[in-house]
Design a protein around this ligand. Structure first.
Ligand code: NAD
Ligand code: ZN
Length: 366
């Protein structure tokens, strides 16, 4: 077998390994054999992923005599909906899936969230394996057990914590990922450096360009460092109950507001919004005298060199309205992730939204 790197997510009886290795898809059968029943396993995926990478997974499973049964769902964020989950559950039930079974989530964060949520509630819960195919899913969403769908009330408003049994990450699948998606996922890689590891941010500054150009060694290193960082945080605070998991939201409060303003559309991808949001978190921290303007400039310079946006042009009051809704602000105050410098994020529980609005008014680029 290939020399995959193993990172363990330690969560008592819900612990599981995350395996990272180029070419891992070709050996998927060996890893998935314990989860296949009667030599078959359902693979939840979308058309783009299946046509770009399906044959590799199929061949890898066939090598161990396992047949992949593709369950192809709608592509894009719209799949994470009541209609999407109802349709998927009907199809999985029609295949005869039950509590003792596992399904495979083969795709980006949308597929992982949707298929993971289906696994959480199908016959009160079946197992699942994550085989993430976007950089965002490989470094973030496939690890940690958050699953769910969007509703009229907003993004990820209905869901469950449901940990996978195994996460298989083959960085080679990124060869067919559209470049804009790759850059968007890279914002989440940089996030781990910014929130808790200044050395890793410096590594990103040095190696980010080769990573984005497709260098296999840099790609694997970034994925392993990101997964290790996320696994450590989730092990400590699985359900985001006052511990370190909230730090993973660095840049996300501002980012979600920008995504909401763009209507959660292709106009602004999640990672792009997070890139702008992280710059704003640093600038806001600098404005409060918590970190230096130099740090904020350094963050913006790196994200910009990675082809990510770092500024915005939207109405400040409107953005604050989104933040208020998103965070269910209590008497005009919301928690924010701020920084004392690169690699030093912390939670501030009650930031005044009037201060945020005044800050955003100044930051808005013409
Ligand atoms: P995505 O799942 O929509 O994938 C992006 C696009 O790339 C899709 O069109 C997909 O078909 C295509 N694609 C995926 N892999 C490909 C490949 N290897 N080759 C060619 N095309 C490929 O987007 P995403 O950025 O991966 O995920 C975003 C979602 O993740 C959001 O819904 C967000 O809420 C969720 N998310 C969840 C968590 C979590 O902890 N559960 C964390 C972060 C984000
Ligand atoms: Zn994110």
């Amino acid at each position: 077998m290939s020399d995959a790197t193993r990172i363990d997510l330690v969560l008592g009886e819900r612990s599981y390994p995350v395996l990272v290795g180029p070419g891992l898809l070709a050996e998927a059968g060996a890893y998935l054999a314990p989860f296949a029943r009667n030599g078959r396993i359902a693979v939840v995926t979308d058309e783009a992923v299946w046509s770009a990478q399906g044959q590799h997974l199929q061949a890898g499973l066939a090598g161990s005599g396992i047949e992949a049964v593709p369950v192809i769902v709608q592509q894009g964020e719209e799949a994470k909906s009541w209609g999407g989950i109802a349709d998927l559950l009907d199809r999985l039930l029609a295949l005869g899936l039950g509590r003792g079974d596992h399904l495979v989530a083969f795709g980006g964060g949308v597929i992982g969230d949707l298929a993971g949520f289906a696994a959480a509630i199908l016959k009160r819960g079946c197992g699942f394996v994550q085989v993430p195919t976007t950089l965002l899913a490989q470094v973030d969403s496939s690890v940690g057990g958050k699953t769910g769908i969007n509703t009229n009330a907003g993004k990820n408003m209905v869901g469950a914590f449901h940990q996978p049994s195994l996460v298989l990450i083959d960085p080679d699948v990124l060869d067919t990922l559209p470049e804009r998606q790759l850059r968007s996922g890279y914002a989440e890689v940089v996030k781990y450096g910014l929130l808790g590891d200044a050395d890793f941010f410096a590594w990103c500054e040095a190696e980010g360009a080769v990573l984005l150009a497709g260098n296999a060694k840099a790609r694997k290193q970034a994925i392993c460092a990101s997964v290790a960082a996320k696994a450590a945080i989730v092990s400590e605070d699985e359900r985001e109950q006052g511990g370190r998991r909230a730090l993973l939201n660095l840049g996300h409060t501002f980012g979600h507001a920008l995504e909401a303003e763009a209507g959660f559309s292709e106009r602004l991808l999640h990672g792009e919004a997070v890139a702008i949001g992280m710059v704003l978190a640093f600038r806001f921290s600098a404005a409060r005298g918590l970190c230096s303007v130099g740090d904020a400039d350094r963050v913006a310079a790196h994200l910009s060199s990675a082809g990510l946006p770092t500024g915005f042009n939207a109405d400040a009051a409107q953005l604050v309205r989104h933040i208020r809704q998103d965070k269910k602000a209590e008497s005009g105050r919301v928690p924010f992730i701020l920084v004392r410098g690169i690699g030093q994020a912390f939670v501030v529980r009650n930031v005044d939204l009037e201060e945020v609005e005044a800050f955003l008014r100044k930051e808005r680029s013409a």
